[in-house]
Design a binder for this molecule. Structure first.
Ligand SMILES: [Zn+2]
Length: 300
């Protein structure tokens, strides 16, 4: 009985910790910082020379557009990517303007991030595309997928296709065996290496997210133990974001099975047909609850 009470106490604590801290707001961007404005230079992470030159980021963004513009065109939408070279804080944004589906990246701040490489640039763009093509849960007010869903789409659908393009096949990033071991479910298929690259890029991006929010560095072998009772539409913790990116990268469903509005299970790995490591993690996703969250967020 004592053990049961202790467990219930732990559950209550987790639920309390899981209370939504912020509403989904695309104006804040996808990688908002908790660092005070006066210390925003920290976001540069003090590398003197760019980890990825601006010209390379421009090239990657062009390849990205060529790879995915057709997906939006089929919906009567136009993919537009803007690289802002004036902002000093690391961030990226998605926005809807009529038929235009915008992706905006603070490219200079991205270039000067330590550990940044073309795969991570691709992953940031994939996250932004995930707001447009990631499917449910969708924040109806902004007509965009939730933050966690954009992360899940990024590694389960977008990165796989992007890494198959000639540019990324020719610019192979060295990947440690640790990441390859996580992709064991893909053994025997050609995409083990791409899966590992996706996870490695995910680790770098989640690490940046943690640093600019003064959070503990996330680790690929750890998991956020938070259990939400209603789907979190805004940003989960950096560790939770890494858990989600890892789940997307390990999800065995084809990247051709697309996600779409109105069908939260389409294209996603589910507990009934997948392992726990492939499904959207409970640190932000509560199956079936998003409609309640949405109703709370929409102002009638
Ligand atoms: Zn986002």
């Amino acid at each position: 009985m004592k053990k049961l009470l202790l467990n219930l106490g732990a559950v209550a604590q987790v639920m309390w910790a899981a209370a939504p801290a912020q509403a989904f707001n695309p104006v804040d961007g996808c990688f908002p910082s908790a660092v005070p404005r006066s210390l925003k230079a920290m976001n540069f992470n003090s590398v003197i020379r760019p980890s990825v030159p601006l010209e390379e980021i421009q090239k990657i963004s062009q390849i990205f557009k060529e790879t995915f513009a057709e997906d939006l065109a089929r919906r009567g939408q136009v993919l537009k990517i803007t690289l802002d070279e004036s902002k000093t804080d690391f961030n990226a944004f998605a926005k809807v303007e009529g038929a235009d589906r915008l992706i905006m990246v603070n490219a200079r701040a991205m270039a000067f991030q330590a550990k940044m490489n073309p795969d991570v640039v691709g992953l940031v763009l994939c996250h932004e595309l995930g707001h447009h093509l990631g499917g449910e849960p969708v924040v109806a007010e902004y007509d965009m997928s939730a933050e966690g869903q954009a992360d899940y789409f990024a590694t389960s659908k977008c990165m796989r296709r992007l890494l198959r393009t000639p540019y990324f096949q020719q610019n192979v990033q060295p990947v440690s065996l640790v990441y390859q071991s996580y992709c064991g479910a893909f053994l025997g298929r050609n995409d083990v290496a791409d899966c590992a690259r996706g996870l490695m890029a995910a680790s770098v991006l989640a690490g940046i997210t943690a640093r600019i929010n003064l959070q503990e560095p996330p680790a690929i072998e750890k998991s956020d133990q938070t259990r939400v009772v209603a789907t979190e539409m805004a940003h989960p913790s950096a560790q939770c974001r890494l858990d989600t990116l890892r789940a997307g990268g390990l999800c065995h469903k084809s990247d051709e099975l697309l996600m779409t509005r109105g069908f939260p299970n389409w294209g996603a790995c589910l507990l009934r047909d997948s392992s726990l490591y492939e499904v959207r993690p409970a640190c932000w996703y509560a199956p079936g609850s998003q409609w309640i969250t949405l109703a709370n967020e929409i102002s009638f």
